[in-house]
Design a protein around this ligand. Sequence first.
Ligand code: ARG
Ligand code: ZN
Length: 854
Amino acid sequence: PVIHREDYRPPDWLVPDVALDFALDPAATRVTARLSVTRSGAHNRPLRLDGDGLTPLAVRIDGEPQADAWRMDGAALMIDLPGDAHVIETEVEIAPEKNSQLMGLYASGGMLCTQCEPEGFRRITFFPDRPDVLSRYVVRMEADKARFPVLLSNGDRTDGGDLDDGRHWAEWRDPFFKPTYLFALVAADLVANRDSFATRSGKEVELAIWVKPEDLAKTEHAMAALKASMAWDEKAYGREYDLGEFNIVAVADFNFGAMENKSLNIFNSRYILADPDTATDVDYDNVAGVVAHEYFHNWSGNRVTCRDWFQLSLKEGFTVFRDQSFSADQGSAAVKRIEDVRALRASQFPEDAGPLAHPIRPESYMEISNFYTATVYNKGAEVIRMLHTILGADAFRKGSDLYFDRHDGQAATCEDFVTAMEDASGVDLARFRLWYSQAGTPRVTARLEHEPAGGQARLTLEQGVPPTPGQPSKQPMPIPLRVALYGEVTGQTFGGERLVMLEDAHQEILFEGIGERPVLSINRGFSAPVTVVADRSAADLAFLSAQDDDPFARYEAMQQLMVDTLVRAVALGEGDHRPVIEAVQETLRNAALDPAFIAEAVLLPSESFIGDQMPVVDPVAIHLAREALRRDLGQELEDEWRASYAKTHANRYEYTPPAKGLRRLKTVSLGYMAASGAPDASVIAFRQFRDADNMTDRQGALGTLVNSQWAERDEALKLFYDRYRGNDLVIDKWFTTQALSTRDDSVAAVEALAGHGDFTLANPNRVRALVGAFAVNQKGFNDLSGRGYRFLADMVLAVDKLNPQTAAKLIPPLGRWRRFDEARATLMRAELARVLATPGLSKDVFEQASKSLG
Ligand code: ARG
Ligand code: ZN
C-alpha cells in the first residue's frame, strides 16, 4: 500500500488528553491507556486507533467494559462512538525484551527505553499514531526498584514512591501538547552527570545526562555542548528552553543517531560518550553536532511539529541547518562548510542521481522510515540555507520568528515555513517552492567570455535538472550563485562578490569595467546544492586554489583540478600530475593558512566522488589512477610532508580547533608519506599508532597501516583489539577500519569478520560498522567476483529478520547498478532480485529493493 501526500485528511478524532500506565517488565509489560477523545468536524466515522502487533485485552468506553463495540481492521482498533466526546481505555501486553526492531518499547543492555518516531508508538498502545494529533500526557510507571531505579518520561516528575514486592513508581506530566512520536520512557539503572543552565529570562533548568556508571567520565563534552546549544539558540534564534528539566539518556542499541523526545532526548551512545582515549576529533564534533541538533528540535520540531510525515524536512532540514550553523560558530566555519559539502556529495548527490531519488518533500511512500534520508535532512538543510542567502540574515531571522510565533503548538507544513519567510521578508518565493517538489541535482553550465576592448565580461549560465523516477521533465529552479571575477594579473576581484539569481534555463550577466582577463569564481561557499560545470583551465583552477578569498571556493578549485586530472587519467590511462602537485605544494607552503584547511584542501576526492563524475564507473581504474597520483604527490613533495608531519607531531593533546587542525594535517601527511613508498613510513606510522595519547592519532595511524602490506599492520590491529576489547564503540572502529581497507584481501577479510565473536546482527552500530562501511569501500565492494554484493545481500536478509529499518538502510549501494559496467550491473541486479524473491520480507526492505531494481 502506497501513501500519497495528496491524500492528506485532517484527523476525525482528537485526543487532547492521555493518561498512560506502565507496569514495566522486560518479558511482559502491561500498558493501560486512557484517552479523552473528541470528534473533529461533522461526520460519523469511527474512531481509528493504530496498533502494530497489539491485541486488546480490555476496551472500556466511558468506564464501561465493552465486548463488541469495537472491531479490528487489520492491526488497528476501530470503535463506533455515539457522542462527540468519550473516554476510551485499552489494555495491552507487550514484550520489550523480544523487540529486536528497536521501535516502540524495547530492552537494551538491561534497560528499557523507547523510540517512537515515526510510527513506534503504535507498538506500545492503541492510538491515532499521526503527528497532527497533539495531546497532553500524564505517565505513570512502575517497575522493580533494584533493576530499574531510574524512571523517566517527558515533562516534569510530579509524584512517585515505593510499592510492595520491591517495586516503585513515578508519575510524569508534560504540560505541552505533543504528538505520539515525541513520547519517551526510560526505566534503567543509570547514573547522571548533572548540571544546570540559567535561561536568559532567569529560569534555572536542571540538566542530566544518564549513562552507565563506567561511562560517567565520558559525558563532559556532551554536557558542555548542551549548554552551548542552549545559549546559542537564545542568541541566534531567540529561542529559550521551556521546562524545568532536560534529560538525555545514552543507549547502546539504537537505530538512528538520536531522538528529540520532549525534554527526554534518547541518544545512540556513540553521540554522547567521548574521551580522548576512545573518541576521535570527528567523534567529538559529531557528539556536539547531534546534541545541538536534538536540543534545537525543541523549537524546530516539538513546539512547532509536522502535520504529516511528508513534511519531515520541515523539522529535519531546518534543524540540520541550525546545527550546522551552531558548529560553524564553535570552530572554523570554513572547514565546517567543506565537511558538510563533502558529506552532501558523498550521500545525497548519489541519492538524487539514483533510483531512490525523491524531493525533500516526498510525494509518496510505502514505509516512511525509508525517508529519513540525506535528501530530506541534508539537501533540506541546503534549501533552508539558500533561503538564508536569498533573504539575508536579518529577514531570515524575522521569518523564523514569525514562523515560530504563528505556528507554536501546531502541526505545520513546509508551505507554512516558506509562507512565513515570504510574509516577513516581502520577497516572492513562488518559484523557490520548486525546491520542495523537484528531485534531482540541478546542473549549471557556466561560460565566461571577455571582450578586452570594451572592458566587458559576459557570464552565460545554463541550467537543467535531470529526470528522476516519476519526474521525467523539470522546470528551471531559482539558484542563488555567489560569484566573483578575479583579475588574472592583479589577483583582485572586480567589485567583490555578487549574488546572481539564476532563474531561467538560460541567462546572461554582463560585467563592466573588466580591464584584464577575468577568472571565474562561482558557487562560492557552495551557495546552491548544484553541480557546476565551468570549463576552466588547470591554470585558472590553480590560480583560484591559491588566490580566492572564499575558503570554500579555494578548496573547490583544488578539488576540481584533482577531479579533472583523475577523470582524464582514467579515460586515457595516463595524466599530467604536475598542475596538482604544484597547487598542493603552494597550499602546503602557505604559512598564512589554517592547518585544518590545508588538511582538507590537499586531500584527493574520494573514489566514489570520482566515479560520480564518469559516465560508467570503473572502480579498479579509478583506484589505480588515484593511487598513482597519491604516490606522485607523496614522492614529489616528500620534504613538505615530512616538514608538516614534524611541525604537527609534538603537539600536546587538547580538544581545541587549532590542535584538531594540527592532528588532521598530521595524519594526512602520514598518508602521503606512506603513499610515497618511503622506507621509514611503516616505522613512523607504527610509532604514531603505539605512542598516541589520543584516539585521533591512533586511529589515523591505523587507517594508514591497514591499507599496507607492512609487517606492523597485523600487529597494530591486534594491539588495538586487545586494548579496547569490551568497549563497543571502539571495537566498532576496529571493524570499520578493516572494512574500508583498500587491500586486495578486503572482501575475504570482511566475510571473516562477519564470523568474529564480536560481530552481532542485533546491534545497529555494529552492523553499520562492518557492513555499512564495507558498502562504501569502492574497490572491495565492487570486486568483480560479485562476492561483495552477495555479502551485502546476505546481510540485508539476515538483519531484516530482526530489524527491518536497519536492513533497509543497507540496500542503496546495490541500487547504483546503472552506473556500472554490464558485468557488475548484472551481479548487483541478481542480488537485488534474490532479496526480493525471499519470502517474508519487511515492507522496509521490499520498498528499497524493488525501487532499486527498477
Ligand atoms: N528525529 C530524529 C533526528 O533526526 C531521528 C529519528 C529517526 N528515527 C527513525 N526510526 N527513522 O534527530
Ligand atoms: Zn532531527
